[in-house]
Design a protein around this ligand. Structure first.
Ligand code: ADP
Ligand code: TRP
Length: 326
């Protein structure tokens, strides 16, 4: 059994989960978790989000939205462990211990810190210490594999460095985790053709109610080729998204429509809208049901945290023993 672990970001100001997150993170994550040989520890990183989100209600809502999306897509919380980072306070204690094994320059030179400290007005110590908390998220559970995006590679290297240095000084304690970086990751384009992202406001939240969802899809940017003229599907943002979701026959038909003329972008957008509503019917319904029953989300996350703490506590105890805090 391989233990795979990853933290799911819950930052941002509106808790929306978009098609890029679904195709780029949720679906591949669920696929990994379904393999018999894997046991997945997936948690919502709501302590990390305190570095940037100060409003408690916003942070809570974000956790629910993210959890509801994973659950709506069928993440199996019985086979795996699904929890909220802040429900396992052991991680904060370990963070203090490992802070004292982390060289200051390692954190000062981290790309993500440099980037954030150049761009954010609130440059707090939490932002600086972010990689140590992340290392503890991983080391506290003896995780072996950590699926992450390329941007997190340096954080994984730091985790291994911190763990090795602790092991070296105190004897074998932590498992050294391996990153699982999918080099083929698809970049899902947004409504303006750039990478879909909350930061560009070009995203499609498939969980919006029908009318609002349709409005977002109608806003996809297209060129001004008149309705009657043939169009190039391969340079069109609507077709790019349709292609990611439709079956081969549907794709071939839309391609024919584009190339044949007398088919407007409005028609293509309507087809994309209908396809999304159709293929994500049950996921959208599950999501709405969960968002109206946040008690159920809380119950599932608490159950997950109990399972997680059973694994975390002995690891933390081992560290306390080594450091003479027993
Ligand atoms: P955003 O850019 O909207 O803030 P996040 O950085 O919170 O998104 O991404 C959360 C997860 O979703 C990450 O694992 C990331 O790789 C994935 N993801 C986000 N946007 C895309 C996209 N456009 N295409 C593929 N995967 C994406
Ligand atoms: N920093 C990660 C991100 O921005 C989220 C995260 C927090 C994480 N703790 C983690 C990822 C532990 C993997 C393992 O996406």
């Amino acid at each position: 059994m391989a233990r795979i672990l990853t933290g799911i970001q819950s930052s941002g100001n509106n808790g929306e989960v978009h098609l890029g997150n679904i195709l780029g993170a949720i679906k591949p994550g669920i696929e990994l978790s379904e393999k018999e040989e894997n046991e997945a520890f997936f948690f919502i990183a709501d302590l990390h989000s305190l570095t940037t989100v100060k409003d408690a209600e916003v942070r809570k809502r974000n956790v629910y939205a993210v959890a509801a999306a994973w659950l709506a897509f069928g993440f199996d919380t019985k086979k795996n462990v699904f929890y909220r980072q802040s429900d396992v306070p052991e991680v904060c204690e370990l963070t203090w211990y490992l802070n004292c094994y982390t060289p200051y320059p390692m954190l000062a030179n981290a790309h993500s810190f440099k980037d954030k400290s150049d761009n954010l007005s609130d440059v707090n110590a939490g932002l600086f210490d972010y990689p140590v908390l992340m290392a503890c998220d991983i080391l506290l559970y003896d995780a072996e594999f950590v699926p992450v995006g390329k941007d997190q590679k340096q954080h994984l290297e730091m985790t291994r460095d911190i763990a090795s240095s602790f092991n070296h000084q105190n004897g074998e304690t932590f498992v050294l985790p391996e990153p699982l970086i999918d080099e083929r990751v698809m970049v899902i384009p947004g409504t303006d053709g750039r990478k879909m992202s909350k930061s560009y406001d070009n995203y499609i939240n498939i969980f919006l109610p029908d009318k609002k969802l349709r409005k977002v899809i109608m806003r996809i940017e297209t060129d001004s080729t008149p309705m009657e003229e043939p169009k190039n599907p391969d340079s069109c943002n609507v077709f790019a998204l349709y292609k990611l979701l439709a079956n081969d026959d549907q794709i071939a038909e839309m391609r024919k429509n584009y190339e044949g003329g007398n088919y407007g972008y409005g028609h293509a957008k309507q087809a994309l809208y209908e396809l999304i509503v159709d293929i994500f019917k049950s996921e959208r319904e599950n999501y709405w049901r969960l968002m109206e029953n946040t008690d159920e989300i809380d119950r599932l996350l608490k159950e997950g945290a109990e399972k997680a703490r059973k694994v975390a506590q002995p690891v933390l105890q081992k560290v306390r023993n080594k450091l003479g805090y027993n």
